[in-house]
Ligand binder design. Structure first.
Ligand code: MSP
Length: 655
């Protein structure tokens, strides 16, 4: 074991119900950055992520996709462009990946459920209440907001069934105490939320089994029941370490977890239900739950159903994984919500990475190459004006550490960039291009260059957890070998050898043309949105045949719209006066106002069936029916009139 000890950090396990978006990526990148930071500091880190694959939502989605639930989740987790591919692309350094359909986890959950049952904390009862299928959550009436799910705002359904219950109420006092003492839940603002919204109103026992669907971990001593997904999901943090199963190991070494990183909407599960269940099975509690904020889009939550998700793959492939990782950690403080926009992303990459850091790196390396052929000479001349830069860079690690240890990743990056800005200013103050003109000033020029390289090296050491690949390239460029790329050397000014040799290299972060890219991204996002739309719902064709003579009795004609207006007191009906080729006006009423403005239809060539018996609607006679195409899109009915070519004469018969 490392001298520093172990550090066990987790992300939530993700629902493989859709492709993951930038919000999920934010959560995983934040956890990865902290895991990498802790490894860099010398901890023996266990970083766990995975997928939460059971539940009614997955069962329903799989059915709609014509697959078994297992095939459905396999595809989203392991298929091309799936979750594993996304984490590989984003350079996520997890040590383990758990799937709740893994045999060892399923066995573990069955034993855990039985253990809680045997110790009297799970009992059989009857559940009736409101259930939100997308969130897999039961809610009491008082918890609903405007009658809808308080987490996602969607409709809830009344559900009633025989079920097992967990005695959550029994643990209310101990959980309250846990929340109120120490720093179990952070940021601190989330503690009040939990106490006020959940503990104070009184914790009710929790329904922990379902019988209305089968895609879950079966309760082995009562067939027909499956374990509630949140019990199944939360215990992943322990089964992944071999708790109650032989499939994994490491519990003795890594449990209790140092931190569970979770989004704010699932803090309730992690800071109330999870500790209570751990108390029930007699296991030590995690040291911390950190509830991060959401990445919002246009002020609201991203969600596939709103069609406003941002695809991390598009952004990472266009601007680089590291630039995207950097942006996510630099733009928003971890505990708060942040509004994502492409404009912010590009502006941040341009200002911090292309201008400040990238420029400092390329200018410094280029000058060492130009003035010293790449290798600094031994002779030096220090000057008092070096002190500020040296002082800032030397003290940077200490400031950074305090911030990183409290998950203030944004502020830690700010500190690093203060040194980078100072170094850029140092170039302007010392004007190396002027020093280079005078041979006698070569020692001074060498000192200036060395100071810049050292400042760059220290900053790069501390940027590694955020942008691992780009930092490796930067180290190459400034001639920093392995021995001076690490945590220890980040606190030691002067670690680069005096005769350091820099290398040529490509621009690390090319400048992005903001307007061009914004337009391009909008186009790509629109295409992605269209591709993600559910297939159109088209009515199945009738199986019953109609005989030809009967069909011929229907008289379909081309008609031209002479006038069209809304029918008073009806929000549905339009009144058409049509030329049907007979020389006499034909009046037809049609319930299509929702889809058409009357003025847009005047002059159009349409198709009508003209030998239906007359029908009265809103006191007006309708003689026939206009023919439309009808389908559903996202559950909404869409109606489109059949428009014929204008060259077709009114009255032409369709056959
Ligand atoms: N399966 C549960 C977690 C079980 S953990 C024992 C779940 N899955 S999820 O896929 O819906 O969400 C996983 C994580 O992604 C959550 O922490 C959630 O907050 C986070 N995010 C989802 N959308 C997000 C944003 N728009 N912004 C930031 N994080 C977001 O919940």
């Amino acid at each position: 074991m490392s001298e520093k000890g172990t550090f066990y950090i987790t992300t939530p396990i993700y629902y493989p119900s859709d492709k993951l978006h930038i919000g999920h990526t934010y959560c995983t990148v934040a956890t990865d950055t902290i895991a990498r930071y802790k490894r860099m500091c010398g901890y023996d880190v266990m970083f766990l992520t995975g997928t939460d694959e059971h539940g009614q939502k997955i069962e329903e989605k799989a059915k709609a996709a014509g697959m078994t639930p297992q095939q459905f989740v396999d595809n989203i987790v392991e298929g091309k462009g799936g979750i594993l591919d996304l984490w590989k692309l984003m350079n996520i350094s997890n040590d383990r990946f758990i799937r709740t359909t893994d045999d060892y986890h399923v066995e573990g959950i069955q034993r855990i459920f039985k253990k809680m049952y045997d110790n009297g904390d799970i009992y059989k009862g009857k559940y009736s209440g409101m259930y939100c299928t997308p969130c897999e959550s039961f809610w009491t009436e008082s918890q609903l907001v405007d009658g809808k799910c308080p987490d996602c705002g969607r409709e809830v359904k009344y559900a009633e069934e025989e079920a097992y219950f967990f005695r959550l109420s029994k643990y209310a006092d101990r959980v309250r105490e846990l929340l109120l003492t120490g720093t179990f839940l952070e940021p601190a603002s989330r503690v009040n939320e939990m106490i006020k919204n959940f503990i104070d109103p009184g914790l009710e026992d929790l329904c922990v089994s379902r019988t209305s669907f089968t895609w879950g971990v079966p309760v082995d001593f009562d067939p027909g029941h499956v374990v509630y997904v949140w019990v199944d999901a939360l215990f992943n943090y322990l089964t992944a370490l071999g708790y109650m199963n032989e499939g994994r190991d490491g519990k003795e070494k890594y449990w209790p977890a140092d931190v569970h990183m979770v989004g704010k909407e699932i803090v309730r599960f992690h800071s109330i239900i999870w500790p209570a269940m751990l108390m029930s099975v007699g296991e030590p509690l995690p040291k911390k739950v950190f509830g991060h904020g959401w990445l919002l889009l246009g002020g609201g939550k991203m969600s596939k159903s709103k069609g406003n998700v941002v695809d991390p793959v598009i952004l990472a492939e266009r601007y680089g994984v590291d630039a995207l990782r950097y942006f996510l950690m630099r733009e928003f403080p971890l505990g708060s919500d942040g509004n994502f926009s492409n404009e912010l992303l590009i502006a941040r990459i341009n200002s911090d990475l292309a201008n400040d850091y990238g420029n400092l790196l390329s200018r410094t390396a280029a000058m060492v190459l130009k003035y010293f052929d790449g290798t600094l000479p031994a002779e030096r001349e220090e000057a008092p004006e070096d002190a500020e830069l040296i002082g800032m860079a030397s003290g940077l690690r200490e400031k950074y550490q305090k911030l990183m240890d409290t998950f203030q990743t944004q502020a830690a990056l700010e500190e690093v960039f203060k040194v980078i800005s100072r170094a850029n200013k140092y170039i302007d103050e010392n004007a190396p291009w002027v020093l280079a003109k005078d041979k006698a000033k070569a020692p001074r020029l060498a000192s200036v260059m060395y100071n810049l390289l050292e400042a760059l090296r220290i900053c790069t050491c501390l940027l590694v957890p955020f942008m691992p690949d780009s930092c490796a390239k930067a180290f190459e460029r400034i001639g920093a070998d392995e021995a001076v790329r690490n945590w220890d050397s980040a606190a030691v000014w002067g670690s680069l050898p005096a005769d350091v040799t820099v290398k040529k290299g490509d621009t690390l972060f090319p400048r992005i043309d903001l307007n061009k890219e914004l337009a391009e991204l909008e186009k790509l996002e629109e295409e992605a949105r269209k591709a993600a739309l559910p297939p159109l719902e088209i009515e199945p064709q009738l199986e019953e045949c109609v005989d030809f003579d009967t069909f011929l009795k229907s008289d379909f004609r081309v008609v031209k719209v002479k006038s069209c207006e809304a029918v008073k007191k009806s929000d549905r009906l339009l009144k058409f006066i049509l030329d049907d080729g007979t020389g006499k006006d034909r009046q037809i009423l049609s319930g299509i106002h929702k889809w058409y403005k009357p003025e847009d239809l005047v002059g159009k060539t349409l198709v009508a069936i003209v030998n239906l018996p007359p029908r009265k609607m809103m006191g007006l006679e309708s003689n026939g029916m206009l023919i439309s195409a009808v389908h559903k899109e996202k559950g909404e009915e869409c109606v489109q009139l059949i428009m014929a070519d204008d060259s077709m004469p009114a009255g032409a018969k369709l056959c």
